[in-house]
Design a binder for this molecule. Structure first.
Ligand SMILES: [Zn+2]
Length: 500
């Protein structure tokens, strides 16, 4: 923003010089940003965008130089910069009473020798020009000695964001980026101050630096994961109360990671790793590992998860952990969840408990198709309309040659002719069955609403139609169970008889 301010200021100065009819001796630009002053005076910007603006400023200043107006760029302290008031915002009353805004900084009233000094002979180094401009003594970096023993004892503060992600892979990526950032900082610092180079004290960061030099991305991920595992032991001490105790059959390796050594693992299963990494089961890392395994196994059950995790890690109470992870998985919930909660059996409805004649209240369903062949060799399909009495559970079967409205109507007529007109019919309207079955069902259900003939017929016989709720097949359990029994008996009896 200060760079753009400088650009506007130089443009304005050029316009004013051309338009004003007042003799001008010299021009001074003030800026409170030492970085911008460094770019303008020494012309060493690193950025292309900045470089273009600096060139524009230089081109604007050239005609001022040619007119011997001696344009100079100087530093103004922030507390004496009236432009700062504008950028920070102020009320009108405050502006009226503000001397800095009305009259400018105090030093302008004094001789030029008391103004902030010219920066033409300032040092070229960015850090040095900052100190030169602000009259600060340049402090030297302390010589690097390694500071692990200098730091005072303090409570361990983990930098790993365990609770901000549900993926171990992402966590490793985040830590890899953090380590890369630290590595880049050190490289940048050492490039600038080559006489006093800093070196990593941490063994893990040394390894990470080596992996960076070798461009070994896999190694970098392994180091990041090792760091996370090592960190979680220390984090658990702070996070968990009471502090977790390390079991006796666990030993620590040179990387600070605890291993579970089991003789069973060593002797009987040669393909199994010699030791398993010990993870504290109450720490969030254990959950992330379980989640990772669950996803990599494409949402398998808890036993598969436990078996997969135990290929590499040793976690106490793994069954509880895997069960909890499996239970909270949204994908699994969505897949295994049912549209409705299966209801407890309630009191039977009136139509099933009051005494009445058989087939006064019925449930209707189709089953099939059943393939057949005629003597002439023609083959075809037919369906069976099953009607069950809701009181006596008696069954009446009617053959339906196709799934047309007229066939259904004829079957209904035969039913009424043989068993009398029903008062109540329960049928389903499930759309998710097989296509043929759905088409048949559609006949029963939509025809009731769409076919005027059927509606008129049902109306004339005062028959009440009840359709069960979609996706709730248990509501039609009263006839579905009978369908299952009849189908079993039917197919067992008929077998593969090819002629009817
Ligand atoms: Zn799942």
């Amino acid at each position: 923003m200060e760079l753009l301010g400088a650009l506007i200021a130089t443009n304005s100065a050029l316009t004013l010089v051309e338009e004003l009819q007042i003799p001008i001796d010299s021009i001074a630009f003030f800026c409170d940003n030492t970085a911008v002053l460094h770019w303008i005076i020494h012309k060493k910007p690193t950025d292309k965008w900045v470089s273009n603006r600096i060139n524009t400023i230089a081109n604007t200043v050239t005609p001022l130089n040619e007119q011997h107006l001696h344009p100079s760029f100087r530093y103004v302290p922030t507390d004496q910069n009236p432009a700062d008031i504008g950028t920070r915002g102020s009320t009108l009353t405050a502006l009226i009473n503000n001397d800095l805004w009305q009259q400018g900084p105090d030093f302008l009233e004094k001789p030029e020798t008391e103004w902030p000094k010219m920066l033409d002979s300032s040092p070229e180094n960015e850090r040095e020009i900052h100190c030169y401009t602000l009259n600060i003594e340049l402090t030297k970096f302390p010589i690097h000695q390694g500071n692990s023993h200098i730091q005072p004892e303090q409570e361990y503060e983990s930098i790993v964001p365990y609770n901000n992600t549900f993926s171990l892979g992402k966590l490793v990526t985040v830590m890899q980026k953090v380590m890369k950032f630290a590595q880049n900082l050190l490289i940048k610092r050492n490039t600038r101050y080559q006489n006093t180079p800093y070196l990593w004290q941490s063994k893990r960061m040394k390894e990470f630096a080596m992996a960076t030099i070798n461009k070994n991305e896999v190694e970098k991920r392994v180091i990041s994961l090792q760091y996370i595992i090592q960190d979680h032991y220390l984090d658990a001490e702070k996070r968990l109360h009471p502090n977790p105790t390390i079991p006796p059959n666990i030993s620590q390796d040179e990387h600070g990671i605890y291993h579970y050594k089991n003789s069973y693992v060593n002797k009987n299963k040669k393909n199994m790793p010699k030791s398993l990494i010990y993870i504290i089961h109450k720490h969030p890392l254990a959950r992330l590992i379980a989640l990772d395994s669950h996803k990599s196994l494409l949402h398998q059950g808890r036993k598969d998860m436990a078996s997969d995790i135990q290929q590499k890690y040793w976690i106490k109470r793994i069954t509880t952990l895997t069960r909890s992870v499996r239970k909270s998985c949204v994908t699994c919930k969505r897949q295994h969840g049912k549209p409705y909660k299966y209801p407890f059996a309630t009191a039977l409805p009136t139509v099933r408990t009051q005494s009445c004649r058989p087939f006064q209240h019925v449930g209707i369903d189709y089953f099939g198709p059943i393939g057949y062949k005629t003597e002439t060799g023609n083959s075809g399909k037919l369906w069976t309309m099953l009607t069950t009495c809701l009181i006596t559970r008696a069954v009446h079967l009617e053959v339906v040659p196709d799934n047309t409205t007229s066939s259904f109507l004829l079957a209904m007529r035969r039913l009424v002719g043989r068993r009398g007109s029903p008062r109540t019919i329960i049928s389903d309207n499930a759309p998710a069955f097989t296509l043929g079955y759905a088409m048949i069902n559609a006949d029963i259900t939509t025809m009731v609403n769409s076919s005027q003939t059927l509606t008129a017929y049902l109306a004339s016989n005062e028959i009440e139609i009840r359709q069960i709720t979609p996706f709730a097949p248990w509501q039609g359990g009263v006839y579905e169970r009978i369908v299952a029994i009849v189908k079993n008996m039917f197919y067992k009896t008929i077998g593969t008889v090819s002629r009817i």
